[in-house]
Design a protein around this ligand. Structure first.
Ligand code: DC
Length: 430
């Protein structure tokens, strides 16, 4: 089998690592941070007390050290003489010296060969400066990520890091060997004006256009169902409920800019009333999937609820098979609404989460969109059946997009619980 390489290049602090990680996690392949390899060698040089400008000394050290590149299934790892230098790699003295070290042809030769070795055993998303131009020039999957220098400086200092981005860019772009440049065939993606989620969506679309064989859940253009126009019956409910919310309850939506509008999304909302599912459905212009108490699937409901993409669920005992259904729907590319609390609130407060949402989120591997509803409990309180004209507000939170390390950390029972807690904290914070 031959493997695919996705090359992500760009200047310092352009968002390459975040993008590469998110792409890798969406596509289920490993991410290799080639900058970390140059940083690790720089760390070794400095810790041996060698002057990075003393090229003969650097080259002779290079012959003596053992560099082991691997991966933990999700992310690249590096050991130098058996030591993992990861915690030191973003220190100011490394930022200061890494461009000098990475301009040395012998250093590049050694590391480029190790970078190419990854592709002998697996698909990779690799980020760096010369991945599309030198390491994998033959790959058709290349993105050059850029952002305004001002934005990049802000991002780096926002990370609390001391790093002269402009100086490093100048050195990386002007060096003789493998300078930073836009590789032949690369698509440029400027992230200056984009949110992280917007940039990730754009990158996935670029790869799709470049012909990357997407797994179903990441293949947005072809996860047809939800990109299609609404079916009339769904549209009819959507319109009716939408109009009622706006006129009767003065519906207000805050944080609309945070909505992920394409691809599979696990929408996690607090639950106040019967009005909630269509309320969330109204945030979007395309169809989505809901769950509804199985006791509602009687008489006309038996016909109507499935038309509205509602799947029956046994609220008393949500079981493995319902969770599997949610995961399957997400993997098919659907946006799915889940109420982590399970049942509607009795007092307007957000109750404890039922087990399950963390597991669904960890297993489905899709972005999580936290949403909080206010006022629906007053508009239609549980158990009263009487409406009142209370104002309803829906707040949409920033999506939670897990990194491969986080997925790994959340992959067991304790992890599911932590992730559930994280989702609940995100909803409550709205
Ligand atoms: O991506 P980063 O900022 O962690 O990279 C650190 C330095 O490593 C960067 O200033 C230049 C060098 N580098 C390189 O020369 N080639 C690569 N493929 C990746 C990084």
């Amino acid at each position: 089998m031959s493997f695919h390489a996705i090359a992500i290049d760009g200047p310092a602090a352009s968002g390459k690592s975040t993008m590469a990680r998110a792409i890798a996690s969406r596509l289920g392949i490993i991410m290799v941070n080639s900058g970390a390899m140059y940083r690790a060698v720089t760390w070794k040089i400095l810790s041996e007390g060698i002057d990075p400008k003393n090229i003969p000394a650097v080259v002779s050290m290079l012959d003596e050290i053992e560099i082991t590149c691997g991966d933990d299934g999700l992310l690249s790892t590096i050991l130098i003489d058996g030591v993992n230098p990861e915690s030191h790699l973003r220190n100011p003295e490394i930022n200061e010296n890494v461009s000098v070290v990475s301009a040395i042809p012998e250093v590049r030769e050694k590391l480029v060969s190790m970078q190419r070795d990854y592709l002998k055993r697996t698909h990779v998303v690799m980020e760096g400066r010369d991945i599309g131009s030198v390491v994998f020039p033959e790959t058709p999957f290349k993105i050059y990520i850029d952002a305004d220098p001002e934005v990049r400086n802000r991002r780096r200092s926002g990370d609390g890091e001391e790093d002269s981005v402009a100086k490093r860019d100048a050195a990386d772009s002007s060096r003789a060997t493998a300078p930073l440049k836009i590789a032949d065939g690369a698509t440029v993606l400027d992230t200056s004006q984009l949110s992280i989620e917007g940039a990730i969506e754009a990158a996935i679309q670029i790869l799709h256009k470049q012909g990357f064989p997407m797994p179903q859940a990441a293949n947005f253009d072809e996860s047809e169902e939800q990109n299609k126009m609404m079916r009339w019956i769904y549209w009819f409910g959507w319109l009716l409920f939408g109009a009622a919310y706006r006129t009767l309850f003065g519906l207000r939506i805050l944080g609309r800019e945070n909505l992920i509008l394409s691809g599979p999304v696990l929408v996690a909302s607090n639950h106040q009333s019967f009005l909630d599912p269509p309320l969330i459905g109204n945030l979007y212009q395309t169809e989505m999937v809901f769950f509804a108490r199985k006791t509602l699937f009687v008489s006309i409901g038996k016909w109507l609820f499935p038309q509205w993409n509602a799947i029956p669920i046994d609220q008393e005992k949500p079981d493995m098979s319902s969770m599997k259904t949610v995961i399957r729907k997400l993997k098919e590319g659907w946006r799915v609404l889940v109420f982590p609390e399970g049942a509607r609130t009795l007092d307007g407060e957000i109750g404890p989460a039922a087990p399950g949402i963390g597991m669904i989120a960890a297993k489905a591997g899709v972005p999580i969109q936290p949403v909080r509803i206010f006022g629906a409990d007053k508009a239609l309180p549980r158990g009263s059946g009487k409406m009142s004209f209370a104002r309803i507000t829906v707040k949409v939170g920033k999506p939670i997009i897990l990194s491969p390390e986080e997925f790994k950390a959340y992959s067991n029972k304790a992890g599911y619980e932590k992730l559930t807690e994280r989702i609940m904290v995100a909803i409550k914070a709205l």
